[in-house]
Ligand binder design. Structure first.
Ligand code: NAP
Length: 210
């Protein structure tokens, strides 16, 4: 075995989000990150209890998990993790990456935490942002034409860990999908069809229930 073999680190994506619901924008982000960053696989990690959404109504973790499972089933390099749902308490990304290092020792892996640009711009309010930027790269998915200049206001140690990624389809948002369901408009072609069926079957997001 050559030195190059010994030193080569695995490149693993960790796609973090509330996924309420997951939609095609998220799937395109994960697929684009997989190919552009030459990742081995991408773990989808639905948040258990998002600390920054304490005052917002968020669907049950099991429902968000199930929708993420249905949406990722047919892609062989997408995997799904219950790590934040099973840990309980507030979900902090730094704790998640540290826990994943139990299975992937730091010397053997480079983690790419993938999430939305808006979320990344708020990173200084997260738990231990400096420590987080030392243990993974942070991939910030933005809409086309989205300016990355706001990233330059972040401290240099954090800015250096961030990889901006422009995604055309990210114009779809979970907020818009919830509003469409609440006002009985179609979400066909915005989410995978099993997710659409699940939303209707469980009457998620309907203003008055069903
Ligand atoms: P959010 O505030 O709901 O979303 C911010 C923006 O990013 C929205 O436009 C959202 O679009 C988009 N987005 C979210 N996840 C995305 C993804 N994986 N790929 C592309 N776009 C995405 O953010 P959130 O979903 O609650 O949080 C994002 C991630 O950051 C989660 O893993 C969360 O745990 C982590 N986070 C950690 C801390 C902490 O450690 N203390 C604090 C905040 C967030 P959609 O609404 O369409 O998804």
């Amino acid at each position: 075995m050559t030195d190059a073999h010994v030193l080569k680190k695995r490149r693993i994506g960790i796609m973090g989000g509330t996924f309420d619901p997951i939609h095609f924008g998220h799937l395109v982000v994960a697929e684009e990150a997989y190919s552009a960053l030459r990742l081995e696989e991408v773990f989808f990690v639905p948040t258990g209890s998002p600390p920054h959404k304490a005052k917002t109504r968020v669907s049950m973790p099991e429902d968000r998990y199930t929708m993420t499972l249905l949406a990722t089933l047919d892609n062989p390099h997408f995997r799904l993790s219950r790590i934040e749902i099973d840990r309980g308490g507030s979900s902090h990304t730094v704790d998640t990456i540290r826990e994943m290092h139990h299975w992937y020792p730091p010397a053997s892996v480079e983690f790419f935490f993938i999430t939305g640009m808006d979320a990344v711009l708020d990173i200084l309010s997260w738990k231990e942002p400096f420590a987080l930027s030392r243990i993974c790269r942070i991939v910030a998915a933005g809409r086309p034409g989205y300016s990355t200049s706001a990233l330059d206001d972040l401290p240099p140690e954090i800015r250096e860990a961030i990889v901006p990624l422009e995604i055309p389809l990210l114009a779809i948002s979970s907020t818009e999908i919830r509003e469409r369901v609440a006002t009985e408009r179609s979400i066909r072609y915005l989410v995978p069809w099993p997710v659409e069926h699940f939303i209707h079957k469980k009457a998620l997001y309907f203003r008055h229930g069903r």
